[in-house]
Structure formats: C-alpha cells, structure tokens
Design a protein around this ligand. Structure first.
Ligand SMILES: Cc1cc2nc3c(=O)[nH]c(=O)nc-3n(C[C@H](O)[C@H](O)[C@H](O)COP(=O)(O)OP(=O)(O)OC[C@H]3O[C@@H](n4cnc5c(N)ncnc54)[C@H](O)[C@@H]3O)c2cc1C
Length: 394
C-alpha cells in the first residue's frame, strides 16, 4: 500500500499532481522537492477543454484560477501556411453539436467550409478551452494544497530524496529520476526545438498556428496583453541562431518583452513511464512537440490515470499502457498536420510532401468516435481535412 509519495519538481506537473492526489487520496503523505534555481518551462500555453474539468475536480473556481495565470477563454485555433504559403487561415473551433451533420453536407458540396462557424456555441460543454501562462498556473493549486511537505533543494539522484513508497518525476525535460530509461522515438516528428519570446499585443480569443520555413510559429494570447510567441523548428535543417533570425523577420516589429527562451526535446516518450517505484508525469514522461495544445491535456490525463490506478496491484502496467496510448495518439494527430502538406519550398516541407497522410486521415475520421475516450476525437481530424481542402474519399 502506497502511503508516502515524493514528487520532484515544482512546476505545473509537480503542483497539479500534488493537489490532485491530496484531494483524491487524503490518506497520502506527500513531499514535494523542487530546485530553488531551475525555472519552470512555461511559455504561454494553449489548452484543451479538459483543463477546465480538472480545476472543477479540485474545487477551484474558474474566475479564481484564470485570474492567477493571466488566462483567457479560447474558442479555437487558427491555422495557416501548412497546406501552402498564403493559404486561407482556418479556425478549428470547439464545435460539437451538429458538427457531424454539417460535415456530411460539406462533403456533398452543399455548404462552404466557413458555414460551420454558425454552429459555434461558447456555452456548450467543451465549447471552449484556455490560454494560460503555465509559469503561473501551479501557484493557485499550491495555495489550495495543504499538508504537503515542501522542500527547496536541487537533487541529482534518488538517494538525495526522503524515503517514500512512490517517487514521481515531475522535473520536466531534465527527467532527473528517469533520464536513463528506454526512449520510444517518433522519428517522423522532425520539430525538436523552440525559440520563444513574449511580445505585447491585443488579446485574442483563439491561438494561432502559422507554418514557417522549417516548422511553425505559435501565438498564445494572455489576458494581460502578453503573447507567447514561439518558433518550433527542426534543428536538422537550421541552427538556433537561424531560427532566431527567422523569428525576428516575422515578429521583430512587435514590442518584445522578454529575452530568448530556448527549449529542446527528443520527440518521443518513455517506454515505461512507471518502473519499479518511480513514475514520470508531465514533460519528463515524454513530449511530441507543442502542436494542438497537447502538453497540459496530457498532463491532466496522466494525473487522473495515476490517481485511478494508484492502489492497484498492476498499477505500473495500467499506467504505462494508458499513457503510451495517449502519447501515440497525440503524435499521430500532429503527424497528419505535416503529412498532408503540399509545401515544397524547403527541405523540411519536402520531407513531408513526399508522405501520403491523406489516406490515413480519412481512416481516422471514420474509425474514431466523437468524444471520449480520445484526446483528439474524429471531428478534429475532420477539421484537418477541411483545412486541406479534402472531400470525402468514398
Ligand atoms: C516549447 C514548448 C511549448 C509548449 N506549449 C504548450 C502549449 O501550448 N499547451 C500546453 O498544454 N502545453 C505546452 N507545453 C507543455 C507545457 O509547458 C508543460 O507541459 C508544462 O509546463 C508542465 O511542465 P513540467 O511541470 O512537466 O516541467 P517544468 O515546468 O519544466 O518544471 C520542472 C520542475 O522541476 C524542477 N527541477 C528540475 N530539475 C530539478 C532538480 N535537479 N532538482 C529539483 N527540482 C528540479 C524545476 O525547478 C521545476 O520546478 C509546451 C512545452 C514546450 C517545451
């Protein structure tokens, strides 16, 4: 029986895990150890609707948590320049009611692609998500989490931690407790680096995903006028300095608020996030790339799974099976963004233009269901088909 839990890391993963476990398992004694020096990874995050339910489960009111992390309600995500440079921007909105019927009509050529926006209902369940600053999003959970022993200390191995039945690695891309574990790569995800700065601008209620020469740019708008603006690219084709130049070419005219933040990862996941008595949660368990607001949604999914299986005999197996499946699903959805492109303007896009993503895109639309259990249900794949100008293949 697990009684003592020790979490390493005090970012979003660390505090959200501590808060949730304490709520669902008040019998646990939780210790959280975090470095006083190593910063968290927040860049200005776009999320999926499940983040909202997570806070509801923690009994933290929307108006309270949204205010503390400069959050705004997000209605969709506008994509452009993935099909070809200068294509029509298309907003992937959170539309559920009536979407399937509308998509049938669209496939028969009876309606145009913008008419689905008329169906949008901001009050619908899962009708919106959020932009938040992950660098602030752990604070309110920390405030609501009592009885956690909090230790400020930078560690390099398990031996430096207090005794516990279960250790949870929430140390982000550093993977302090799990870096030697076998890694499952996503070789067709080329994007592995991001150069980010915050800029100032008017708040918008959708995020923006803009294809660039060797990857894409995100704009995530916060309520205080800050915008997380990052260029996600492949270092196989350009250096960090070249990426900064490209970022400046597109954004240098804006009011720049921060210096560069450089983040690098190896696209993939651990083969076993839970092994022996150490489990990885959050970025330490793996990362595909930032497309489609997957990081925090995956995190919420992992925390819920951990809580559900915690006291089961085969907890590790159950956790790994679920977490791996969701990671692979995220990688699959992201892959389709690139693999349906017609862009041929750089070696990065030429790599993807050679791949046929369209056949499997239709397969996903048909085989998936509308909502749970998928993080990315059929309708978001349908959005990709619409964006790429594809009509039903049958
Ligand atoms: C470029 C990029 C863009 C992203 N965009 C999005 C997005 O739009 N939407 C989304 O949902 N997600 C996004 N994510 C993911 C999201 O930022 C993370 O999931 C989230 O911030 C959680 O990170 P974390 O807590 O796992 O790690 P971190 O935030 O990195 O926290 C790690 C913690 O571990 C501590 N630590 C590290 N080393 C040690 C040590 N040796 N000893 C003690 N403590 C240590 C640190 O001090 C810190 O407290 C993005 C990620 C990246 C890299």
């Amino acid at each position: 029986m697990i009684k003592n839990v020790c979490i390493v890391g005090g970012g979003t993963s660390g505090w959200w895990t501590a808060g949730y476990l304490q709520k669902k398992h008040p019998e646990l004694h939780i210790t959280l150890v975090e470095s006083p020096k190593i910063p968290t990874s927040g860049v200005g995050e776009s999320t999926m609707p499940n983040v909202r339910n997570f806070f509801e489960e923690l009994d933290i009111k929307e108006e309270d948590w949204i205010a503390t992390c400069s959050g705004v309600r997000k209605q969709g995500n506008v994509k452009t320049n993935f099909s070809y440079v200068g294509d029509d921007p298309y907003n992937f909105m959170f539309i559920h009611k009536g979407f399937d019927e509308w998509f049938d009509k669209y496939n028969k050529g009876l309606v145009d692609k913008y008419s689905c926006y008329d169906l949008y209902d901001p009050n619908e369940w899962r009708g919106f998500a959020y932009h938040i600053d992950a660098a602030q999003s752990w604070q309110i959970v920390k405030e609501h989490t009592e009885n956690v022993t909090h230790i400020l200390k930078e560690i390099s191995s398990l031996d430096e931690l207090p005794p516990a039945d279960l250790y949870i690695d929430c140390s982000g891309l550093k993977k302090i407790l799990t870096k030697d574990r076998e890694h499952h790569s996503y070789p067709d995800t080329l994007t592995n680096t991001c150069v980010v700065r915050r800029v100032k601008g008017e708040t918008k209620y959708h995020s923006e995903t803009i294809g660039r020469d060797y990857g894409w740019q995100f704009n995530v708008y916060l309520s205080d006028g800050r915008i997380g603006c990052g260029y996600v690219f492949s270092d196989k084709y350009i250096s960090i300095e070249q990426a900064k130049d490209e970022w400046m070419k597109h954004n240098g005219h804006k009011e720049i608020l921060t210096d560069w933040n450089i983040l690098q990862w190896n696209p993939g996941r651990l083969v076993e996030s839970w092994k022996d008595n150490v489990v990885a949660v959050g970025l330490s368990s793996g990362f595909v790339e930032p497309m489609e607001a997957n990081g925090l949604s995956l995190l919420v999914n992992q925390i819920r799974t951990l809580s559900r299986v915690l006291h089961k005999n085969n907890a590790g197996k159950l956790y790994n099976r679920h977490v791996n499946k969701v990671h692979d699903e995220v990688a699959d959805f992201i892959w389709h963004h690139y693999a349906c492109t017609s862009r041929n303007d750089t070696d990065f896009w030429k790599h993807y233009a050679k791949i046929d993503g369209k056949t499997s895109l239709w397969k996903r639309i048909k085989e998936k269901t509308k909502l749970e259990p998928y993080l990315y249900p059929s309708y978001v794949y349908a959005y990709l088909a619409i964006y790429y100008g594809l009509k039903n293949d049958s």
